[in-house]
Write a protein that binds this ligand. Structure first.
Ligand code: G6P
Length: 482
């Protein structure tokens, strides 16, 4: 189905994302409660949404949960309902078992299922219809991430008056991998419905432009794609560019300076037995994060005697994620077996080699963990940006601590040369880098951390959304359909 062309809503800025920035819970009487969930995106967009009369279209996170649009924190929240089957096919299936591994350099094997694709299209249409119904004449609509790549075109077909932006939070793969996708052409067309396409890195934007050149007949010039109009002549332009996302740096910096967080950081170190070196990993439990590579390298360093459990320890926070997807279940098994093996082999009473925590924690506890960590290990095999790296830096106003960062993150493009850069596939190189980071003298730590902080404190998430929306709203408004 497509939406009614004649209706428009009253909102001048409409954000469309897979998830709403609230969590729903069903009460025992069958009623529904909601609570804010403080993600990065909502922090960035809240001020603009409040100023601009904004609406946010997204999924509630639960199956079959229908809820009327409602107001929260001066934003209109518009829940989209997904059935259990749609969650399995659109969210767990096509989004997270097809696109996610394909877009992350196929570090896991993508699964291609026609039934999943059908559900993806249907659900994207539902999001597009909901957004079209909320958007005022000439509104700006900002669509987010790989779950919703068909929405820009679906929206433009109904509402050529809108200015449409899309931001891809994850990598965009090289065309040699992207072309595996049986529906590659539809995805490209879907994205080209936007006026402005934002990516994390310049490399992602150029991967997209290469895919357009290889897979369509549209002409491109630098970052600009020229669409064809009704008569086959040159029509509107689509711009693809890098807008690296960030965090609310000031909030993290301030949080980490509070006496409560500082005291908690000391307590964490004491609980760990006050080792000389605390290393920390913080990730969603996802196979793109290189958690196994990191743990393997750490285990070998203990084996080689280059590190020992009395003077060092590794804390690995692995927050539960996408637990119904097979590849995530397998990863959990592998990580837990590996951790158990290393702890059994090298741990001593009172000295665990690895403290493994399969939980997620509130920002206060994260800030304390960052402060307690001498070395932050970010070893992703591929990562759109990696905001943990930026959070660590923002928390370290003491200008101490070492960020060890994979070359395969968007953050590495932005933050080099401050971090110790690693190729996580090179286990010997990774081991040397871990030892280098663990032994780095405080002066060198300060020199590097200052550099990192200049970047992270300056380029925060408000600047990111302002610059994207600034470029989008400066683009000419169109009324034609192509
Ligand atoms: C990545 C994606 C987001 C997603 C998040 C958590 O950061 O870019 O779109 O929301 O992971 O994953 P989940 O599947 O729980 O939404």
């Amino acid at each position: 189905q497509t939406g009614d062309r004649s209706v428009g809503g009253e909102y001048d800025l409409v954000v469309v994302a897979n998830r709403l920035p609230v969590d729903f819970s069903v009460r025992s009487d069958g009623g529904v409660d909601w609570q804010r969930s403080p993600g990065g995106l909502v922090t960035a967009l809240e001020p603009v949404m409040q100023q601009a009369d904004g609406a946010w279209v997204g999924w509630s996170g639960a199956p079959d949960l229908a809820h009327e649009p409602f107001d929260a924190d001066e934003m209109r929240l518009v829940p989209v309902t997904l059935s259990q089957a749609e969650i399995e096919r659109y969210y767990e299936g096509f989004s997270n078992d097809t696109l996610w591994p394909l877009y992350h350099d196929v570090v896991a094997t993508p699964t291609y299922h026609r039934q999943w694709w059908d559900a993806y299209r249907r659900v994207n249409q539902r999001f597009a219809d909901a957004a079209a119904a909320q958007a005022a004449e000439g509104a700006v609509v900002w669509v987010h991430d790989y779950q919703l790549q068909l929405v820009p075109k679906m929206l433009r077909d109904q509402r050529p008056d809108l200015r449409i932006g899309f931001f891809d939070h994850i990598p965009f793969p090289p065309v040699e991998l992207f072309q595996q996708l049986p529906w590659r052409r539809q995805i490209i067309e879907g994205l080209l419905g936007a006026d402005l396409l934002g990516f994390q890195r310049g490399g992602d934007a150029s991967n997209f432009i290469r895919a357009v050149r290889r897979l369509t007949d549209y002409t491109t010039r630098g970052p600009i794609v020229t669409m064809t109009d009704e008569d086959g002549g040159p029509g509107r332009h689509v711009r693809a560019a890098a807008f690296p996302i960030s965090i609310d740096s000031t909030r993290f910096d301030e949080l980490a300076r509070t006496p409560e967080v500082q005291a908690r950081a000391k307590e964490i170190r004491a609980d760990l037995g006050d080792p000389e070196v605390v290393m920390l990993g913080v990730d969603r439990l996802d196979y793109t994060k290189g958690i196994r590579h990191r743990i393997k390298a750490y285990g070998e360093l203990l084996q080689d005697g280059r590190l020992d459990v009395e003077s060092s320890t590794l804390v690995q926070v692995a927050s539960p994620s996408r637990e119904n997807v097979g590849a995530y279940q397998e990863l959990r098994e592998h990580v837990e077996v590996l951790v158990g093996h290393i702890n059994g082999e090298f741990g001593e009473l009172g000295h665990s080699a690895i403290h493994y925590l399969h939980h997620s924690y509130p920002p206060e506890e994260m800030a304390a963990l960052y402060l307690a960590a001498d070395v932050m290990l970010v070893t992703s095999l591929r990562d759109g940006m990696n905001l943990v790296a930026k959070e660590y830096v923002a928390a370290r106003s003491d200008e101490q601590g070492v960020l060890l960062l994979s070359e395969f993150t968007g953050a590495a493009d932005e933050l080099a040369p401050g971090p110790v850069l690693v190729n996580p596939h090179d286990i010997d190189g990774l081991k040397d880098a871990i030892v280098q980071a663990a032994k780095m003298d405080p002066k060198e730590q300060r020199r590097r951390m200052r550099r990192l902080r200049r970047k992270v404190m300056n380029d925060d998430v408000a600047k990111w959304s302002d610059s994207f929306l600034g470029v989008l709203t400066a683009m000419p408004r169109r009324t034609s359909h192509v």
